[in-house]
Design a protein around this ligand. Structure first.
Ligand SMILES: CC1=C(CCC(=O)O)c2cc3nc(cc4[nH]c(cc5[nH]c(cc1n2)c(C)c5CCC(=O)O)c(CCC(=O)O)c4C)C(CCC(=O)O)=C3C
Ligand SMILES: [Fe+2]
Length: 376
């Protein structure tokens, strides 16, 4: 039990000094005419080939131009509210995205209307790297800037990267046990932990910047190892797991993290090295486009083509273990902000990242920009 859990005197004080919670996410289009503006926003100033953008546009158009991500976040908001209420916490929750309405600036307006002076942000992005952390912090800074004088003095903080938190870990474990346990021949299955590929240069610089680097890959590898051990012992098997990547988007000349999930499935089939693949997209917290298209559609088709049995592990989504974990993280962050001694709840020892990002961590390799929630 975390040390702060007993100290919840009244409905507003539990998360004090925070007066509003901000759920921050990536965003996605909700209608065909929003697809291209969304893609242009996401890739502004980046080296993404036109062919890749057209292909990704097709993934959205194939689904009526609507990404699942915003609806998933609407569900998460309802569950988060319910879990806060269950614990007697009345602090309001607002929602904002980096790349689609409601934008971060909309959320800042809403928070100010609610009387916010100090906001605590929890992201749907659980790991450390420029794309998963600093870019959100930069966009928060830009949003507060956009709102202008009304936001003067508003403080915006953030919950630490939480991929190693027991709430997330246990949600994955439960789903993994169910997926592996349902296989006809689980002993020969290979677990493929999947996350979003990023440029190797972005992984090399992920972390606090004092020579650590590769924190993005390391966080996933360590979560995967722990999950493989846990699921093996729970099912009495000696399973093997490894980290693979999806959704590469840069030009072929630019190195991105490999192997790609499809290539690895083909290779395992060629080598007859596995009786099935269990695909666990630990890089994501819900079934958005990367999961439903790149894994459930593409990787599943690759597996069918090479005759490899394929099962995809459920994402945390609105699993109560995950939602409870998010509320625990908010309480932990509030206790830290009050200056209390906090023993962070961690599944992976050594994986507790600071909630106030260090100067220069996970840097923007193009243009340095102002960012909130850090000491730089
Ligand atoms: C690390 C990471 C996460 C996980 C952390 C987090 O969740 O934030 C993530 C999530 C997501 N990425 C998403 C969508 C896209 N990402 C793109 C492009 C890129 N992603 C990158 C990285 C990541 N992305 C990178 C390095 C690029 C290259 C361009 C750039 O350097 O910025 C592009 C452009 C086209 C393409 O190239 O694919 C799209 C459309 C959606 C929404 C899905 C939906 O609609 O349901 C979500 C949740
Ligand atoms: Fe992405």
């Amino acid at each position: 039990m975390p040390a702060y859990a007993g100290a919840m005197p009244d409905p507003v004080a539990a998360l004090a000094p925070y007066d509003v919670v901000l759920l921050g996410s990536f965003g996605g289009p909700e209608a065909p005419d929003e697809v291209m503006p969304f893609l242009r926003r996401v890739t502004a100033g980046r080296d993404i080939p036109d062919a890749r953008l057209e292909a990704v546009g097709e993934h959205y158009f194939d689904r009526g131009g609507r990404s699942p991500i915003n609806d998933l976040n609407r569900d998460l908001l309802v569950r988060l509210r319910a879990e806060l209420d269950r614990r007697g916490i009345a602090t309001p929750v607002v929602w904002g995205n980096r790349n689609s309405a409601p934008f971060f600036a909309d959320a800042v307006h809403e928070a100010l209307d609610l009387g916010a002076t100090r906001v605590v942000t929890v992201l749907t992005s659980a790991y450390s790297c420029y794309s998963s952390c600093r870019q959100y912090r930069e966009d928060l800074a830009a949003a507060v800037e956009d709102v202008g004088p009304a936001a003067d003095g508003l403080v915006v903080d953030k919950v630490r990267p939480y991929g190693g938190h027991p709430g997330v870990g246990r949600a994955w474990l439960r789903a993994l046990v169910a997926a592996v346990g349902a296989l006809p021949d689980p002993s020969g299955a290979r677990i493929l932990y999947v996350t979003h590929s990023i440029p190797t240069a972005m992984d090399d610089t992920s972390g606090p910047g004092d020579g650590e680097g590769n924190l993005y890959v390391d966080q996933h590898v360590r979560l995967g190892r722990r999950l493989t051990d846990e699921v093996s012992s729970e099912l009495g098997l000696a399973l093997e797991g490894e980290l693979v990547f999806c959704s590469r988007s840069g030009p072929p000349s630019q190195p991105w993290l490999e192997p790609d999930v499809n290539d690895r499935i083909e290779q395992l089939a060629d080598e007859r090295a596995a009786s099935a693949v269990v695909v666990a997209p630990i890089g994501f917290v819900s079934d958005h486009m990367e999961v439903v298209h790149d894994l459930d559609t593409e990787a599943a088709a690759t597996a069918r083509r090479v005759g490899m049995p394929f099962v995809r592990v459920a994402t945390p989504g609105t699993d109560e273990l995950f939602v409870e974990g998010l509320v625990d993280l908010l309480l932990e962050r509030a206790a830290e902000a009050r200056g209390e001694v906090v023993v962070p709840d961690a599944w992976l020892p050594g994986d507790v990242r600071p909630s106030v990002c260090a100067p220069g961590c996970c840097p923007n390799l193009r243009t340095a920009k102002p960012a909130l929630c850090g000491s730089d």
